[in-house]
Write a protein that binds this ligand. Sequence first.
Ligand code: ACO
Length: 428
Amino acid sequence: MADTLTITDNRTGKQYDLPIKDGFIKATDLKQIKTETDDAGLATYDPAFMNTASCRSRITFIDGDKGILEYRGYPIEQLAEHSTFLETAYLIIFGELPTQAQLVEWTNQITFHTMLHENIKKLMEGFQYDAHPMGVFLSTVGACSAFYPDAKNIFDEQSRRKQTQRLIAKVPTIAAYAYRHSIGRPYNNPDNDLSFTGNFLNMLFRMTELKYKANPVLERALEVLFILHADHEQNCSTSAMRGIGSSHVDPYSAMAGAAAALYGPLHGGANEAVLRMLTEIGSVDNIPGFIKRVKMGEGRLMGFGHRVYKSYDPRAKIIKQTADAVFEVTGKNPLLDIALELERIALQDEYFVTRKLYPNVDFYSGLIYQAMGFPVAMFPVLFAIPRTAGWIAQWEEMLLDPEQKIARPKQVYIGSARRDYVSRDQRG
Ligand code: ACO
């Protein structure tokens, strides 16, 4: 017998059999449950989408209780150990690991698109020196919509491929220019001889040397961090990408919105918030007092907790190992001791244990980025660069999914009943 859910409506005494597919019922199947033939039918109320799937997806699998994360079926641990960011981006976008020839072609395509139009640079020069790099980043990504009008041909596969290459290739350049602008240094052009992350480090940190060579441990660490951040199914920014994209706007406009969602401290801004929190705590001695304040509801332990993971975030485990490798090169981040002690105390505290609050990917990533020389304000930008791969893959999946339409949630109206306009001189 097919899986069904039988619902009895006590208001009418009628019974309904709703099909269950992949563990879900279709919300629109509830519409048939009515008390009057002309009422709108039953619907669900689900603020913040706590228990509602908005799409069927083949990209990323997460089992939050078991701490599993897979891209296209490949465990994140294996990708972090063996893959590169560009190979993982290819996997996420095209669904399969590339052959050697495909990877060479893909790498060439990305390398070919790393330069920015001179007018984009001029636009970026217009920002104040103290503009937050994430604000500059998301504005510039949005502005690309005006530079590449061909991007609006979203149902043309060739055009989508072109915008995909442009976006993956240009986001590090935009990020690096935003950073150099904020510290008043001249922009560094991309160096096509370098790897994706090696070139990014070159654009950020090259001074007068003719050729920049990143430390291979740091170059690989960044590669691993980029792999870990490349996609994470239907999170806030990805839902924004799909939601905005569902209006059939071009991908640059949609991605500006996704990047804006990522900017928030509850999402991509969390590792920045972690560093500020650790700095504020200042010393291991102040941790018990800080934990007490969090438990009293005066602020959150940033970098802890996740909507999906109710056990250790698998990315946080990998990041901890990466941190060890990085600190061997850079020296230990002085905030590490506070972070380790904070984690130790929180993991045995009843408040955090009962709420299943574990360190998430952002608890340690900020410490690594800071040790590598990135200023705190760059952290959300460092998240947006790899997440571009996920956003594009999810956007394209949404566009090609015949079940999708423009995103338009329902609401439960709880405002005033109909009333007549009162002229200004008669209002109380
Ligand atoms: N510190 C203290 N208490 C917390 C924390 C935290 N970091 N996170 C959740 N809680 C508590 C809540 O107060 C709530 O307690 P209550 O039941 O007594 O009211 C309970 O745990 C459940 O929390 P919710 O806010 O309902 O959980 P939700 O799934 O909505 O939030 C979120 C998830 C936003 C990540 C939250 O855990 C949080 O704010 N964490 C800190 C910010 C952070 O690290 N964000 C990065 C997420 S990872 C990413 O975006 C890449």
